[in-house]
Design a protein around this ligand. Structure first.
Ligand SMILES: Nc1ncnc2c1ncn2[C@@H]1O[C@H](COP(=O)(O)OP(=O)(O)O)[C@@H](O)[C@H]1O
Ligand SMILES: CCCC(=O)OP(=O)(O)O
Length: 366
């Protein structure tokens, strides 16, 4: 008997790009990365304001590629800064849309994933889903302690790609994800380094606006006291500081671009500052990997480097040189997020899993 074929549009809005894919079951028939210039995105005050701009670009790209959207069976978006929830595939519901629109756990491009999926799907009367949003939270209780009693550490990371890549590498090693310990460094617009302990990400840096290595456009951990002094210097509004940390931090702040390919060109052309900053980013990633190896008590089956920056050969070499004494370094450049989104939606469309329901906000009565 012939297998029923489902056609799924998947949408992954990142901080520097919108990636889209069209899948017939697991088979990709189209994958496109729509890159956004930092200046073009800066024109929008809030992430949610980018919604119409990104939607138009998606629809134009699909049209240009000859995809008839009326043939779609579902739309699946990358999930954003919702309440902390367990991993899995969720149906987009009203409570989720509200939390995505206001950015319950903060502002990030992935907040647009569920909204864009819903908008396109509802016009076609088909279901919309999200899979493994950035707020997947599997932290060990000990990892939540920040050292400052008013602030708890939070799990905000590239859950979708980190878990998809970890599953793939475990399979290549002839094991299940639940049988291995990995350190996964996702290195894109943001950088997150997760300690994966037998299928759970027990510690990870909050790569949005919290901590960790600096990245193409984020500052990561900065000296706390100096930051407080800057905040109260009277020279900056809150939004200005946040923009300097997220969006305008990291490579953007030092070198004026979030594009590592351009930075590599600058280095080729003899730019010493670019060389120092790019090496410092690799150094900070290596330090974070070292910290994750302590979380796993040194029992590490592999270190996986993934995301767009993992295409950079010199960048990868600088990290590997510092950490390969811990475990083998496996490089999986780019990300597997589109495929992972399609597979998450498929499991539900095929009835292998039930879509999880995002919780309604609890109403408190006085
Ligand atoms: N071939 C390459 N060599 C080095 N860096 C690359 C390469 N391709 C992409 N990158 C860099 O990866 C970063 C974007 O990674 P990506 O995972 O696509 O980000 P996001 O999904 O967060 O927008 C950018 O700094 C980009 O310049
Ligand atoms: C919020 C964590 C995920 C993240 O940083 O994604 P991008 O690298 O796509 O911005």
């Amino acid at each position: 008997m012939q297998e029923h074929s489902f056609r799924i549009l998947v949408i992954n809005p990142g901080s520097t790009s919108t990636k889209i894919g069209v899948f017939d079951n697991e088979r990709s028939i189209l994958e496109k990365t729509i890159r956004h210039d930092t200046e073009a995105l800066r024109a929008y005050k809030k992430i949610i304001d980018q919604y119409e701009f990104r939607k138009q670009m998606i629809l134009e790209t699909l049209d240009h590629e000859g995809i008839n959207i009326s043939k779609l069976d579902a739309v699946c978006g990358r999930g954003g800064l919702l309440r902390p929830i367990e991993g899995g595939t969720y149906a987009v519901n009203e409570a989720m849309l509200q939390d995505l629109k206001r950015g319950y756990s903060g502002q990030h491009a992935s907040n647009l994933g569920g909204i864009l999926a819903h908008e396109i799907a509802s016009a076609l009367n088909i279901p919309a889903f999200i899979v493994d949003p950035v707020v997947v939270d599997e932290l060990d209780p000990i990892a939540r302690i920040s050292g400052f009693s008013l602030i708890e550490r939070r799990s905000i990371f590239h859950a979708l790609n980190q878990k998809a890549v970890a599953r793939r590498v475990a399979k290549q090693m002839g094991k299940t994800y639940e049988e291995v310990n990995f350190i996964v460094a996702h290195m894109g617009g943001g950088i997150t380094v997760g300690a994966h302990k037998q299928g759970r990400v027990v510690d990870v840096n909050n790569g949005l606006d919290g901590e960790g290595p600096f990245s193409p456009e984020r500052a990561g951990t900065v000296p706390a006291g100096d930051l407080v002094s800057l905040c109260f210097s009277g020279e900056y509004y809150r939004e200005e500081i946040m923009r300097m940390l997220v969006g305008g931090g990291g490579l953007v702040g030092y070198l004026g671009t979030n594009d590592a390919v351009k930075v590599e060109k600058m280095i080729e052309n003899g730019d010493e500052k670019a060389k120092l900053i790019y090496s410092a980013m690799a150094y900070q990633v290596a330090k974070e990997i070292g910290a994750a190896s302590a979380v796993l008590s040194g029992k590490v089956d592999a270190i996986i480097l993934t995301g767009g920056l993992a295409y950079g050969k010199q960048f990868v070499k600088e990290i590997a040189d510092r950490v390969q004494w811990i475990a083998d370094v496996i490089v999986q450049p780019g990300e597997n997020e589109l495929q992972a989104l399609a597979e998450g939606a498929l499991r539900v469309l095929r009835g292998e899993e039930e879509a999880k329901q995002y919780p309604q906000a609890v109403k408190t009565t006085v």
